[in-house]
Design a protein around this ligand. Structure first.
Ligand SMILES: Cc1cc2nc3c(=O)[nH]c(=O)nc-3n(C[C@H](O)[C@H](O)[C@H](O)COP(=O)(O)OP(=O)(O)OC[C@H]3O[C@@H](n4cnc5c(N)ncnc54)[C@H](O)[C@@H]3O)c2cc1C
Length: 302
């Protein structure tokens, strides 16, 4: 990939962290994948915008990531520039019932801010290891809650590289889908609208959800959460379990013994191992149950 000298100069003068040949395993929860040619963590929306323009000018492909908790990166890595919002776009401001968050802020931090201000509605998100931008992109959800319930509006850079703002109805949020799915838009900030609540009750709910996660999910191993979307009328984990696939492994990738809906990296897995295991699980569940599972995990660099 040709990262020209003039592009590198723009990067070196920008307020951002830039890592050439960045090992993507260090930026993703699965802990697999090869190197990105260049990984940039911009410190402001303005810097992000400048990098996008410079990359567009020389035709370098750009990939956006948040906290990397829903990604499977190819063993060959990612060509071009990866822009990471987590670690860079970190402003957070509470104003009445609203919380304004830059895209890279972690959901955990927003949940704790909501608790501090006795704001209720976001408890479901406590324990989802996401950036706010990634959570909006995926319409992340758990325990009968989803981002759709709490998002008021979002700011983003559109495909023409112009800043734009959209209110909830225009975000087209549905199960693990948003208006941004498959687009080249970059979410830069999200405003949430919550309700006044009782801090003790909010804390209790957050602790309950976190306790359930620790009990049910294989949090001691690297993963990307639920590997597959929930098929209509079924639960992916239950179908996989019924097919006797709990514990089934390909190389270092394994269907979790604790929760069949999770594929884990039990140590030394490659992206190829994980991909082959995903294909095996899909084929087996389809053959035995007639249900075609669709990965929820986003593939990068394949
Ligand atoms: C242990 C564990 C538990 C999990 N539990 C849940 C759960 O309960 N519910 C749930 O829904 N998910 C869960 N997940 C999956 C994951 O946390 C969510 O999908 C989350 O929304 C991903 O956010 P992220 O910031 O890590 O995004 P990434 O994984 O970095 O990216 C995900 C997608 O969003 C895009 N994206 C990210 N940021 C932006 C941006 N600013 N602008 C444009 N596009 C962007 C990326 O291009 C990519 O396509 C879990 C994962 C793990 C590892």
């Amino acid at each position: 990939m040709l990262l020209t000298d003039s592009f590198k100069r723009v990067v070196s003068q920008a307020d951002c962290e830039a890592v050439y040949d960045a090992p993507m395993r260090e930026y993703t929860s699965f802990k697999v994948g090869g190197n990105a040619d260049l990984l940039i963590t911009p410190n402001s929306e303005q810097v992000l915008s400048g990098i996008l323009r410079a990359a567009r000018a020389i035709g370098v492909p750009v990939t956006i990531i948040g906290n990397g908790s829903n990604l499977l990166v190819s063993d060959n890595g990612v060509r071009g520039v990866v822009i990471r919002t987590a670690g860079g776009l970190l402003d957070l401001r509470c104003e009445g019932n609203f919380i304004h968050c830059a895209a890279g802020v972690s959901l955990k931090r927003v949940c704790l801010a909501a608790l501090e201000h006795s704001l209720t509605g976001l408890e479901f998100a406590y324990g989802i290891p996401a950036s706010v931008g990634g959570a909006l992109y995926m319409n992340a959800g758990a325990y009968c809650g989803e981002m759709k319930d709490v998002v008021f509006s979002a700011r983003y850079i559109n495909e023409e590289l112009a800043p734009e703002e959209a209110a909830l109805p225009d975000l087209q949020l549905s199960y693990r889908h948003s208006v941004f799915s498959g687009s080249e838009c970059v979410i830069t900030s999200v405003t949430l609208r919550l309700e006044r609540g009782d801090a003790a009750a909010i804390r209790e709910k957050m602790d309950d959800f976190m306790g359930r996660r620790k009990e049910k999910q294989p949090l001691e191993f690297p993963s990307a959460g639920s590997t597959f979307k929930r098929p209509e009328g079924h639960f992916a984990g239950a179908l996989i379990d019924q097919c006797g696939l709990k514990g089934f492994a390909v190389g270092g990738a394994q269907v979790s013994e604790k929760h069949a809906g999770f594929i884990i990296n039990r140590g030394g897995a490659t992206a190829e191992d994980i991909l082959r295991l995903i294909e095996h699980v899909k084929a087996t569940v389809y053959a035995e149950k007639g249900v075609m599972l669709e990965p929820e995990v986003r593939m990068l660099g394949f």
